[in-house]
Design a protein around this ligand. Structure first.
Ligand code: PLP
Length: 508
């Protein structure tokens, strides 16, 4: 069944233009203004005057239809399922958007006197208290604008902590081979040498391998739990002992917290630093370039290193104030308080959900993922690497390498064909330890009916791969844009001039 058909390419507004068509009636210019404009025009040298504006000419209805059709070509969580593993694209209640864009919150400035923005500081402070409770950390900085930004801050805090204690030689950050690419990148940006630890046959950190590479030079380890395979690190307590045993710190990449909300806290697992992706788990859509929010929480011994200011509450005066008197703070990571509107959405979402609601969220997301996995792993050409009999958390990664060997149809081809069936593609080719990886996260917001429709689409595509592989290999067929040449699209010569300059500067 094709659940949602996308449109054919819409002509540009210039192609639609009909000379003489008019969409707006301007009032006659009043004489005084006309004179003023003519005088102003005389000041502009002849050769700098525009002879023709090249504006498209259309009726109002044509303009309305054109832009409405363009808006319909967008795919979003409001139009369909978004099974993008590792990205938690779930429904973000519109009510929270409404609250975040309340005029009283919009028309303020971060440089206003503090006594005029007490309500906003209170939102920040209260949100921090809830995040502390959810994660088991002591305090949070809400400044970072994304998960990767939070990771970078976390690595700076790890460095500041070790430096402060004179442990300058601690220059190694351990990252599992299943990690999101931002983890090693953030560690490297913060000056660390990255050592990769392999996964074992169950998809967890291989403890023997970890023991082999850990020594006193290790500053810390960056882990996401459940990891990117959707598998819970069952040896987490052992990992904590190993890393703490050499005075290292454990960093929790909270991008996958959707699976554990209200169930288990990173702080109780033994993690020292946490970042959360408010723009995944707490009511802001992920992707599309932001704004996002990746707050960083730390245990008590690391609070001094959080960036300034922290928002504090003075009980005796009953006021919220900014604490800048923090000499060990790693410095500022973002202007003012972070992306305030995203913080408001997260706060509204958390208040609405309450602790019971959060528990139900993670339960539903794990149930949805396992329900779908149990159907998908039985499809021809699909295998489930790493502990094939174990359940997963909120997402799963199957391999389509058998399908590829038998039909020549790759994970990329299947993802592209899903677009024809009206679904957003899942994450493919990540994590890197799975051949022809196909990573699905249905999330708690999808109904059983929608998940079944996704399964039917996938099952049809796999049938097509065996019957008529060319059809899948050349997909998508009914989207506005056919398959783009990915190599050409990312080649410096084919990208826009400003990017070309940027690329040329970096790779002369
Ligand atoms: C596991 C994991 N860690 C970190 C990140 C980075 O988050 P962001 O995209 O907000 O920088 C992602 C993003 O998708 C992720 O999936």
């Amino acid at each position: 069944m094709i659940y949602r058909q996308t449109r054919w390419l819409e002509p540009t507004i210039f192609e639609l233009s009909r000379p003489g068509a008019v969409g707006v009636d301007f009032p006659e210019l009043d004489e005084a203004l006309k004179k003023e404009l003519e005088e102003a025009l005389r000041e502009v040298p002849e050769d700098l005057r525009r002879k023709d504006l090249h504006l498209p000419e259309l009726s109002e209805l044509e303009v309305v239809r054109h832009f409405t059709r363009l808006s319909q070509m967008n795919y979003s969580i409001s139009t369909g399922m978004y099974p993008l593993g590792s990205c938690t694209m779930k429904y973000n209640p519109v009510m929270n958007e409404d609250l975040a864009y309340d005029e009283k919150l919009l028309n303020i400035h971060p440089l206003q006197p503090l006594d005029t923005v007490q309500g906003c500081l209170e939102i920040i402070w209260r949100l921090e208290q809830i995040l502390v409770e959810i994660t088991g950390m002591s305090r949070f900085s809400l400044q970072p604008a994304a998960g990767a930004h939070g990771e970078f801050l976390g690595c700076l805090i790890i460095r500041a902590y070790h430096m402060d204690r004179g442990l300058h030689y601690k220059n190694i950050m351990i990252v599992p081979d299943s990690a999101h690419g931002t983890n090693p990148a953030s560690a490297a940006m913060a000056g660390y040498e990255v050592k990769v630890v392999k996964s074992d046959k169950d998809g967890c950190v291989d403890i023997n391998e970890l023991e082999k590479i850990v020594d006193e030079n290790v500053a810390g380890i960056m882990l996401t739990n459940p990891n990117t395979l959707g598998v819970f690190e069952k040896n987490i307590e052992r990992i904590v002992d190993i890393i703490h045993g050499v005075d290292g710190l454990l960093y929790y990449d909270g991008a996958n917290l959707n699976a554990l909300l209200g169930k288990v806290r990173p702080g109780d697992m033994g993690f020292d630093i946490v970042h959360l992706n408010l723009h995944k788990t707490f009511s802001t859509p992920h992707g599309g370039g932001g704004p996002g929010s990746g707050p960083v929480g730390v245990i008590e011994k690391l609070v001094d290193y959080l960036p300034s200011p922290l928002v504090n509450y003075d009980e005796s005066r009953g006021v919220f104030y900014l604490d800048y008197e923090r000499p060990k703070a790693v410095g500022k990571i973002k202007m003012f308080y972070g992306n305030f509107n995203v913080l408001v959405k997260a706060y509204a979402y958390l208040l609405r959900m309450g602790s019971e609601g959060l528990k139900k969220t993670s339960e539903a997301s794990v149930l949805a993922s396992n329900y779908l996995l149990n159907k998908v792993k039985r499809l021809k050409g699909v295998t489930l690497p790493y502990a094939p009999e174990s359940p997963r958390k909120h997402e799963f990664v199957v391999s389509l390498s058998k399908l590829y060997k038998e039909t020549g149809v790759s994970a990329r081809d299947v993802a592209k064909r899903l677009l024809d069936y009206g679904f957003h593609a899942p994450t493919v080719y990540f994590p890197l330890i799975v051949d022809e990886a196909f990573m699905v996260e249905p999330t708690e917001s999808e109904s059983k009916k929608m998940i079944d429709m996704f399964y039917d689409a996938l099952s049809n595509i796999i049938d097509e791969a065996y019957r008529d592989p060319e059809k899948v290999k050349t997909a998508p067929h009914n989207t506005s844009v056919a398959r783009i040449d990915e190599v050409r699209a990312s080649h410096p010569k084919t990208i826009t001039p400003s990017w070309r300059v940027h690329v040329a500067r970096r790779w002369p």
